[in-house]
Design a protein around this ligand. Structure first.
Ligand code: CMP
Length: 151
């Protein structure tokens, strides 16, 4: 089933100029970018986004980290996008992530883990609407534009 999922390139990856390399991996794995923006999350917005973790020991530092610098947020579309993206992203901590995954390659530790990917279709729905309105998501089709001869 074709699905949409939410993908965030976190402040650590933005600061380390790893955005291009991460987007390249996403595209080479057949995901279609149907929405994308750069945003600086306020502490309030980051707290809301990660509300399910409220009360856990890592919650406050996570909110600080996610609001410390801009993030790049995308909607990605593919067959079984939620599961497929999670596979490419790898486990939360790079120490536990499989070789070749984005977190294994780029993450510093379990908090500064470079990317976020929705963990279920239900989360994807909530997370996509957290960042994007319907008119910011584009269902584009590939077109092989002909080369134009300039006179
Ligand atoms: P993410 O996939 O965005 O979902 C929740 C985030 O909380 C996670 O990535 C990490 O950035 C952070 N996180 C989860 N577990 C821990 C932990 N044990 N210690 C520190 N940060 C964590």
């Amino acid at each position: 089933m074709i699905q949409n999922t939410l993908f965030i390139i976190k402040p650590d990856a933005v600061c380390e100029n790893q955005v291009g390399k991460i987007v390249d991996i996403i595209l080479k794995n057949g995901f279609k970018i149907t929405a994308m923006k750069m945003a600086r999350m306020s502490r309030k917005r980051a707290s809301e986004f990660y509300a399910e973790h409220k009360g856990k020991s890592f919650y406050k530092p996570l909110v600080e980290f996610m609001s410390s610098n801009p993030v790049i947020v995308m909607v990605l579309r593919k067959e079984n996008a939620v599961e497929n993206l999670r596979k490419i992203v790898g486990a939360t901590s790079p120490a536990k992530a499989e070789r070749g995954t984005i977190r294994k390659r780029f993450a510093r530790d379990g908090r500064h883990n470079v990317v976020h990917a929705s963990d279920s279709p239900r989360s994807a729905k909530r997370e996509i609407s957290f960042f994007f309105s319907k008119d910011e998501i584009f269902l584009w089709k590939y077109r092989n534009y002909p080369v134009v001869k300039m006179s």
